[in-house]
Ligand binder design. Structure first.
Ligand SMILES: Cc1cc2nc3c(=O)[nH]c(=O)nc-3n(C[C@H](O)[C@H](O)[C@H](O)COP(=O)(O)OP(=O)(O)OC[C@H]3O[C@@H](n4cnc5c(N)ncnc54)[C@H](O)[C@@H]3O)c2cc1C
Length: 469
């Protein structure tokens, strides 16, 4: 990826070094390229410098220095974001939270654990498991994304129908606002009705109000025996009846969807076996906790009912953890597999009941609009979230491809607005969805958001150009 250098003046670099130590100020080209971007490639990074503080106080000192020098700041987590939220493209100071990565003792009475914002999602999952508990927010980038980034995007993932989004799991946070103030919000309390809940503004705030440094996360009881089914489905309108039938008797922990083309790319790339011999146009992946033998009976009876109704043409159920993991990989490996085609990503959502009609409308539109491009559908449809990925043909250059996609995006978002859906279900707005915010939020709402930003970030230094201008 091209990177243009716009390193900060030496006098400023010296002052940054005085705060975090010279080893933790980075200005080498490869560091600027590494820390200056997220998973997206649409905008080239051009940060002014990277700093890696190790405490809330250091972060505060950096923000105060930034205010004095009118330096713009980009908070950077695990850089797996899919909306360009962590991209520094105009000489900003990147504050990377990687070093604030401690996990403190688990309080079993409170069922909570205090963590640094730089803790990797998977580390918290492992920590929870070692305590005999569970941190349920999970997605394909859990091995690299950080809790601070998860909170700032209110990440969702594969278990939302059972456990909700990241927001559900945050009990408290310490942060530094764009004004340079340290706030301790939430304080680990389950109940605290003392006026406006300011913490909620930072969840999904995309680093535009301040930098989160410490978090109190909630854990829950671990599932006993997660069991996975993959079902073949021929018609979009059968997806939701299948989910409803299974949910009638079982508490599902996931209901995921992928198309035949998504499956074939994963199978080709990973050497995994398809779930069964029959080929279907669409696949649903269902997960539930098999608490007793009775749950197997209930799942099999739901499966038989779906077959009889003609909603499902074939299916497979995992017999052990390894089989469940392999079935999950068919869904979880999609993003990484298609990354080499520089996909143009849409992260859309509607009410779950509207998924089939919405999918049909969008599919009809994009088939006409993108006759030459491969389209990969997958998503967390149990909660109404669909990912539409348009793959770049090898022969087309990146900018022509993006231009073509952007003209079609408008039409897609008009359909989203008709369904009163969201133009960004879980990836945030960042840079890439900013031009389309008005398809999901009213002008009055956007003005209120801007007014809130001015309260927490009066000098307008925090992640400028993201979410709105
Ligand atoms: C293969 C793959 C699969 C994915 N699957 C999912 C999925 O299923 N569900 C989902 O929701 N997302 C998914 N994502 C997107 C991404 O992983 C999430 O958005 C994740 O929460 C981002 O965390 P991060 O630490 O990488 O944040 P970053 O990309 O570093 O930053 C994201 C935003 O948060 C801000 N930020 C970061 N840290 C802080 C902080 N400490 N304080 C204030 N602001 C901060 C940044 O400025 C930026 O605006 C996927 C990404 C990939 C690459």
């Amino acid at each position: 990826m091209p990177i243009t250098s716009q390193v900060l003046p030496a006098s400023l670099i010296e002052q940054l070094s005085a705060i975090v130590g010279p080893d933790y100020v980075k200005t080498q080209e490869d560091d600027l390229a590494y820390y200056g971007k997220d998973w997206t490639t649409a905008v080239d990074p051009m940060p002014g410098a990277i700093v890696l503080p190790n405490s809330t106080e250091q972060v505060q000192a950096l923000v105060k220095l930034a205010i004095t020098h009118q330096l713009k700041v980009v908070p950077s987590g695990g850089r797996t974001g899919l909306s360009g939220g962590a991209v520094a493209f105009q000489g900003e100071l990147v504050i990377a939270l990687d070093r604030i990565n401690h996990i403190q003792q688990f309080n079993e009475v409170d069922r909570s654990v205090q963590c640094g914002a730089g803790v990797i999602t998977e580390q918290l999952q492992q920590f929870a498991s070692e305590q005999g508990y569970y941190y349920p927010v999970n997605f394909a980038s859990s091995g690299s994304s950080q809790l601070g980034g998860n909170i700032s995007t209110n990440a969702g993932g594969i278990k939302v129908i059972r456990y909700g989004m990241t927001r559900e799991w945050v009990l408290g946070m310490t942060l530094v606002t764009g004004a340079g103030d340290i706030l301790h919000l939430g304080k680990g309390l389950y109940k605290n009705n003392t006026g406006y809940d300011l913490m909620q503004l930072f969840i999904g705030g995309e680093g535009t109000l301040g930098l989160i440094t410490e978090i109190t996360m909630k854990l829950t009881t671990a599932p006993k025996a997660l069991t996975t089914l993959v079902l073949g489905i021929e018609q979009l309108e059968h997806l939701m009846p299948v989910m409803t039938r299974f949910r009638r008797d079982l508490e599902l922990t996931a209901f995921e969807f992928f198309s035949d083309l998504a499956l074939s790319k994963v199978v080709e790339h990973s050497q995994l076996q398809p779930p069964f011999e029959s080929k279907a146009l669409y696949y649903a992946l269902i997960e539930y906790d098999q608490l007793s033998e009775a749950h197997t009976e209930l799942a099999l009876s739901a499966f038989e009912d779906c077959m009889e109704a003609g909603w499902v043409i074939d299916g497979v159920i995992s017999q052990n953890e390894q089989q469940a993991a392999n079935l999950w990989r068919l869904r979880e490996d999609i993003s990484e597999t298609i990354a080499k085609w520089t996909p143009y990503k849409n992260d859309l959502s509607v009410k779950p009941s509207q998924v089939p009609a919405f999918l049909t409308a969008i599919e009809h539109y994009v088939t006409t609009a993108y006759p030459d491009f491969e389209r990969i559908w997958f998503g967390h449809i149990g909660d109404g979230n669909l990912h539409l990925n348009i793959l770049k043909p090898e022969t087309l250059d990146r900018s022509t491809f993006l231009e073509k996609c952007e003209t079609v995006t408008q039409g897609i978002f008009e359909i989203v607005a008709t369904f009163e859906g969201s133009v960004s279900a879980e990836h945030g707005v960042g840079l890439l969805k900013k031009p389309y915010l008005q398809y999901s939020r009213s002008q009055a709402e956007i003005e209120l958001m801007k007014a809130l930003k001015r309260v927490f970030d009066p000098h307008l230094i925090m992640n400028p150009g993201k979410l709105f201008n």
